[in-house]
Design a protein around this ligand. Sequence first.
Ligand code: MLC
Ligand code: AMP
Length: 501
Amino acid sequence: MANPLFDTLFAPLATRATPFLTMADGTVLTGRDFLVLAQAQAGVLVEAGLTPGDRLAAQVEKSPEALALYAACVLTGVVFLPLNTGYQADELEYFITDSGARLVVCDPRAEGRLRAIAPDATVLTLDAAGQGSLSTRAAGRTDPVSPADRAEDDLAALLYTSGTTGRSKGAMLSQGNLLSNALVLADLWKFTADDVLLHALPIFHTHGLFVATNTVLASGGAMIFLPKFDLDQVLGLLPQATSMMGVPTFYTRLLSDARFDRDVVARMRLFTSGSAPLLAETHRAFEDRTGHRILERYGMTETNMNTSNPYDGDRRAGTVGLPMPGVELKITDADSGAELLQGEAGIIEVRGANVFQGYWQMPEKTAAELREDGFFITGDIGRVDADGYVHIVGRAKDLIISGGYNIYPKEVELILDEQDGVLESAVIGVPHPDFGEGVVAILVAAPGATPDLQAIRADVAGRLARFKQPKHYEIVPELPRNTMGKVQKNVLRDDWGDVFK
Ligand code: MLC
Ligand code: AMP
């Protein structure tokens, strides 16, 4: 029997009596404690009738128990579907129905809502303190669950990414996808059993769940495991850490605090950044303040990590570094798909063991983005310089990245277009000092009507996660369009580019 992901990442914890997770209050879980927790939860999943390949959807606050649920899924061969805690009922209904999740784990306060959304699924609860019916059922279980037999091609996780049409797509990630990336990153970034990673990212997306956690697990290191990025807490705990992974907002927030200085980072060996572009000026300010050059890397839900600046070599501000070992990268023409010459800007395509298996039950979308020869069309626009460094220069997809979270304008526009008094809308991202990009809604009033912005904000608040909600609204007489009738979002971005300044 084999289960490559479990055998490599989690099984070694069985003999580890040293800390694996240290919480903000100093509570410690050894590797063995963590595995015992995961084993007990695995027993609950098996008892609930889940078998390999079934989906488990989890919308839970970050806690050791929440992370153990990921391990329990890998152990039992159940496909883990983590969900952003900000998602509202409408968003959840789609993910749960589309995935056909057989078991849903949620906060106790959301139990009634989720039972209504998922009448055929088992619903268990887990709160921020790790309590709830999942933990009650797991308590006292000592019978070890044997790891399910899994091959590298078998699915380990299903992560939804928003789509340009407004419909989210479930990216199917196999054991091999996750494992290959974890091993390469641990090696590339020189993680060892002596590492203590300060973990302040959410664990429902690729960055916090796979890039951070899997890399630490692959190297036998430990984590200071914080519920979220809290500036005071991070400043207080950085002196005990050796490494941190963050989105650019983490770094701009640290730099905005005068307490952040060389003493705070005395023990640190590595800061990495990704999920959104790190401004070259942030890179330079960080080096001036701390002496550390942030290592920027580039990835996405469908591919895990693709490129990384070098650990030992030159970490270049404004670039995402070089293709990682095992990842092929090329730049192609958006229309013809032909490979472009070195130095030319075009669509970034990647191929490798890291690239996902396709979109869940969406063969057409899969065929449109994943070529038969294995290259994935990222939708990011980039160029490769003479030294092989990749520069991301734009996005072919209409996507906003705010504080590391993705927002597809179409999803927001569909809701705005339904509002009373609104004829049509356009949603854009413009520079935001804290989040990199901030969401702005441009509305055109229906003839003779005046949209009630307060009512619109309230309706949007009930239907979309907070990070997707526009932070600024404008009402205009009409939207700028090109001769084909397409809304010119670049014109809107120019017109409203300084609303957050
Ligand atoms: C919170 N808010 C956001 C937001 N996060 N709005 C826009 N964008 C965001 N990212 C809302 C809050 O609800 C609140 O709304 C207001 O903004 C201020 O909140 P805050 O207290 O300042 O936010 P905070 O809780 O501190 O969170 C900010 C953050 C968080 C940057 C720490 O967003 C975060 O952890 N982001 C990381 C995302 C991530 O892990 N991405 C990886 C995706 S994987 P109001 O209405 O009350 O004002 C991926 C692949 C790869 O992309 O390459 O890694
Ligand atoms: P997601 O779908 O949430 O996984 O987001 C993936 C997208 O984030 C990529 O397609 C890029 O557009 C963006 N991204 C990730 N890392 C970087 C980076 N270092 N610089 C610029 N964009 C990035």
